[in-house]
Design a protein around this ligand. Sequence first.
Ligand code: SF4
Length: 246
Amino acid sequence: MNKFQWNPWHGCHKCSPGCLNCYVYYLDKIRDKDPSIVTKSKTNFNLPMKKNRNGEFKIPPKIELATCFTSDFFLEEADKWRAEAWEIIRFRKDINFLICTKRIARFNQCIPEDWGEGYENVTLAVSCENQQKAEERLPILLSIKAKHKVIFAAPLLESVDFSKFLATGEIEMISVSGESYKGARECHFDWIRKIKETCDRYHVKFDFHQTGSNFVMNGKRYHINHRDEYKQAKKGTQYLNELLKK
Ligand code: SF4
């Protein structure tokens, strides 16, 4: 998970197979909160604009800010708040806003008038958990104007072939993760390896972000504590680098 997060609104609706065990739903249930009610954050809507006692921004410059990771930036309920969020994004040109969505189909009706070829400080990440969702969402991502486009293969639910999308040269990175928490579906090392090979073939950055809680490798199943998923993914990346060097 990114160190810095900005969640201007919270709550979401399940819309895709990848949403089945959504972590927002999981964590809200623990907090006795209803995640299907979408609310504007009272305290953190303007987080990127907040300053400390020294007059410095609390969110420092030159960082990547995971944006709207407890909702979806392009959710209908947020239509009334999004213009204000774009203003903040436009103002803080010194940080990179990483916006991940499953609702890329709504993109063109949600951008500000001066979007043009895209804002330099916005990276659009489209989440694709299986081949079907990749086929539905990635042609849209490729057709829209944006300065930085990445794919989140998360939670990866099957082997996915991203070749034709990477061949366009438009995608900067694929970040891969398994599913976390209770009821997590399995994620196979072989699926990750295939994506890494595809990334290498097309010179696209590869990021194995987290293993998920139910990881299968060489026919063996590993139940991994959530806090160890990132560490294990790092080890997996090192292993993959060695393996594919041979
Ligand atoms: S789109 Fe994302 S935040 Fe919304 S329900 Fe699905 S997984 Fe959860």
